[in-house]
Design a protein around this ligand. Structure first.
Ligand SMILES: N[C@@H](CCC(=O)N[C@@H](CS)C(=O)NCC(=O)O)C(=O)O
Length: 354
């Protein structure tokens, strides 16, 4: 039996950001048995359990727990560290498997370097990654704010109500059980649970009446709904700005041109969630996804179609198909067409977009 400590990736199948390290495992050629995958069911609030908070006090996935030394013998107590954010995890997975680090690997797949090769590329990569993880781009917030009128709010509430209630119940149970527990959690953890519960109460106050038209609401609920629509409108308009900034940074079809890099894994996870929220499906091509995005943002928002389709396909190593020399598309469309052909993306999104 092997006593070599193994890394464990805590993820959730429908999580946006956990998809980035899952894509990294495939792109880097990690063998299926090299990293333990441990599912944390966010829909049941498992991420708030004290045992998980000890690994990551932010209660988020992905979280990667790695042994500090890979050569510890069975007589020495293993020591681990937890990497608690997507960027650090993807970077770690990239660095930990290189063409030269053949040890402790069961896979003979190539291990391409995904870190940007120059200072300028590194700056672009960081800019894109920081933008995707900024508040204005938060893909999880867009789930909650994906309604801007009564009809879409009704649909959204049907989908979200059970999830929000389950999260609220999980937090309430943790708080309640702690009152009588032999070993109580710290004040900090208790405050964290209470804060998270308050946050879900806030959104629930709007979502719980989602099936009722505005004119049937009492004054207080009406005001809350009006405020919600205001925030939702501002968020989707802000997303247009985020997409324009991405458009300026992406060389195409990948963020840094023809070579896949770490930034693409963040962008793939992010754009797949955003595309899903605008009604896209896995079979859609880049132009269709762009149209759905533009229509969903509304107000005449339009991404510039300034990238040669033939050039994008050549750089991505794809057959040129019917692309004419004059055919152009948006950089987001070119990225989508390139990323969705990759086996990593096909595997991570095999059950549909999330
Ligand atoms: N800044 C964190 C964000 C991670 C994050 O927001 N993860 C979501 C899933 S995609 C999560 O765990 N949410 C749990 C919750 O809010 O209850 C990172 O980059 O890893």
């Amino acid at each position: 039996m092997s006593s070599i400590p193994k890394a464990a990736l805590y993820y959730y199948k429908n999580s946006v950001w956990a998809s980035a390290p899952l894509l990294a495992l495939e792109e880097k050629g990690y063998g299926a048995d090299e990293v333990d995958l441990k599912e944390v069911d966010l829909s049941k609030g498992e991420n708030f359990a004290p045992a998980f908070l000890r690994l990551n006090p932010h209660a988020t996935v992905p979280t990667l727990v790695v042994p500090l030394h890979t050569t510890l013998g069975p007589d020495i107590e293993s020591r681990y560290k937890a990497i608690q954010d997507t960027k650090s995890i993807v970077d770690f997975l990239d660095k930990s498997r290189s063409p030269r680090s053949g040890t402790h690997t069961t896979s003979s797949a190539p291990a391409p370097a995904l870190a940007p090769a120059t200072i300028a590329f590194n700056a672009t990569s960081n800019k894109v990654i920081d933008l995707l993880h900024s508040e204005a781009a938060d893909p999880n917030a867009f789930v909650y704010f994906n309604a801007r009128d009564d009809a879409t709010l009704r649909e959204l509430s049907v989908e979200l109500l059970p999830i929000l209630n389950a999260k609220k119940d999980a937090l309430a149970a943790l708080i309640k059980n702690n009152e009588t527990a032999e070993v109580r959690v710290s004040d900090k953890t208790l405050k964290f649970w209470e804060m998270k519960k308050l946050a879900s109460d806030g959104i629930l106050a709007v979502i719980q009446h989602g099936e009722r038209p505005t004119d049937q609401l009492d004054e207080e609920a009406k005001a809350k709904r009006a405020e919600y629509f205001k925030v939702a409108n501002a968020a989707w308009t802000g997303l247009g700005d985020v997409l324009m900034q991405l458009h300026k940074e992406i060389i195409g079809p990948y963020v840094l041109g023809d070579q896949l890099s770490v930034a693409d894994l963040h962008l793939a996870a992010w754009i797949t969630r955003i595309a899903k929220l605008t009604g896209a499906v896995a079979a859609d091509d880049g132009n269709t996804v762009t149209k759905k995005l533009e229509a969903h943002i509304g107000d005449g928002f339009k991404l510039p179609d300034d990238f040669s389709v033939a050039e994008a396909r050549r750089r991505a190593g794809l057959p040129s198909g019917n692309a004419q020399p004059t055919d152009v598309q948006s950089r987001i469309a070119a990225f989508w067409d390139a990323i969705k052909e990759r086996p990593s993306w096909k595997k991570v999104y095999a059950d549909g977009l999330h």
